[in-house]
Write a protein that binds this ligand. Structure first.
Ligand code: AMP
Length: 115
């Protein structure tokens, strides 16, 4: 699925709506989820508006690696020693915002499997 960037995260990237940003660089930003599922719940999103992980291709290899490294960096910055990273890809996986994002969730014991 292509996206023209006209999602809530596109609006955040363009500064049209606010967010509680904790990190930013040339490729991505990280900010707090507005409906946190744990004491720490961050979202890492690329500036490039890829709709979902299933749409990424070989040209995105370095970007995807960068997103995971940033996820680990912001988790550590928040004081986490353990955390979960989640990427929902597609409606049935629970994706609601079609701009690729990595959830970083921690600060409480997490169970498995997820719902
Ligand atoms: P997903 O269900 O994987 O697509 O995750 C989308 C996430 O974006 C959810 O956890 C929402 O709470 C979060 N979210 C939606 N709108 C905003 C917003 N304006 N600022 C921060 N997080 C948001």
């Amino acid at each position: 699925m292509a996206t023209d960037g006209d999602t809530v995260f596109g609006k955040i990237l363009r500064g049209e709506i606010p967010c509680d940003q904790v990190y930013g660089d040339d490729l991505c930003i990280a900010f707090r989820d507005v409906q946190p599922q744990a004491p720490v719940h961050l979202l890492v999103i690329p500036r490039e508006p890829i709709a979902q992980l299933g749409d990424a291709g070989p040209e995105h290899q370095a970007l995807l690696g960068h997103l995971l490294l940033v996820a680990a960096e912001v988790a550590r910055q928040q004081g986490l020693a353990s955390w979960r990273t989640v990427i929902n890809s597609g409606l049935e996986a629970g994706q609601t915002v079609f701009h690729l994002h990595v959830h970083v969730i921690g600060g409480r014991p997490l169970t498995w499997p997820p719902g």
